[in-house]
Design a protein. Structure first.
Length: 249
């Protein structure tokens, strides 16, 4: 459970939330705005502490920011005074990775997200999708075991978002981190995740845990044209739609 104080009163964000995430699993959390999705992510990442209960990683309580966790935020958070290469190198610098090893990992990261030729470009000259690729690789280049993602593609147009879905899936297939991905977009959750946590409106509770039955690897374009995708969407929307409707009342 997590509550916040607002104007002298206790406001519950999430209550009685309990679920497990398996090693190397890709889990998406969906629910109405304000249901506590980002709060859950922040508690997993050690950015805020639960009011009651506990968050555990590998059986150990989270009491601060875990060293094996990477976080990709909704805003791209790249530094405008650093080039693409220097932005991606930032996490490596914090961890003391220098010299030829840093250069190798930055070069490989740039290749993986298709930014060759933009190594010395500054964020102001890049598109929103390119900046988000930089932010994603800045996190991935340090090889976190757990990747937390808070609506990282929410501000992007559909075409750019689908391209980044394909890139993220390819990276995940190669590295297989455990991923917890917060989104408002049910289509995005079905496209990416192994399992979806459906939240109620605030105070957020777990309404449903849904195993996505779509095979991997997934083609993000063809997938949405399939009967299997439509069936998955319909089953989850039947539950999620009730919460979106209730949130408007």
């Amino acid at each position: 459970m997590k509550t916040f104080r607002e104007e002298g009163r206790e406001v519950p964000a999430v209550r009685d939330v309990s679920f497990e995430i398996r090693d190397k699993e890709f889990v998406a959390i969906v629910g109405p705005s304000g249901c506590g999705k980002s709060t859950i992510l922040n508690m997993i990442g050690g950015l805020v502490a639960p009011t009651s209960g506990r968050i555990e990683i590998d059986g150990r309580a989270v009491t601060g920011v875990p060293p094996n966790v990477g976080y990709v935020f909704q805003k791209d958070t790249v530094f405008p005074w650093r080039t693409v290469a220097r932005n991606i190198a930032l996490g490596l610098e914090y961890r003391g990775v220098t010299g030829t090893e840093q250069e190798r990992r930055v070069r490989e990261g740039i290749r993986l997200v298709g930014l060759e030729g933009f190594e010395e470009a500054y964020p102001a000259t890049l598109s929103g999708g390119m900046r988000q690729r930089v932010a994603l690789m800045r996190t991935l280049v340090v090889d976190p075991e757990i990747l937390l993602m808070d609506e990282p593609f929410g501000a992007l147009d559909t075409h750019t978002k689908l391209n980044l879905h394909a890139e993220l899936l390819a990276l995940w297939e190669a590295k297989h981190q455990t991923v917890v991905f917060v989104t408002h977009d049910l289509s995005e959750a079905i496209t990416l995740a192994d399992r979806i946590v459906v939240m109620t409106r605030r105070p957020g509770r777990v309404k449903m845990l849904y195993d996505v039955a779509l095979p991997r690897p997934r083609d993000v374009i063809k997938l949405r044209e399939s009967e299997e995708y439509a069936r998955e969407y319909g089953q989850i929307w039947h539950v999620l739609g009730e919460e979106f409707a209730g949130a408007r009342l």
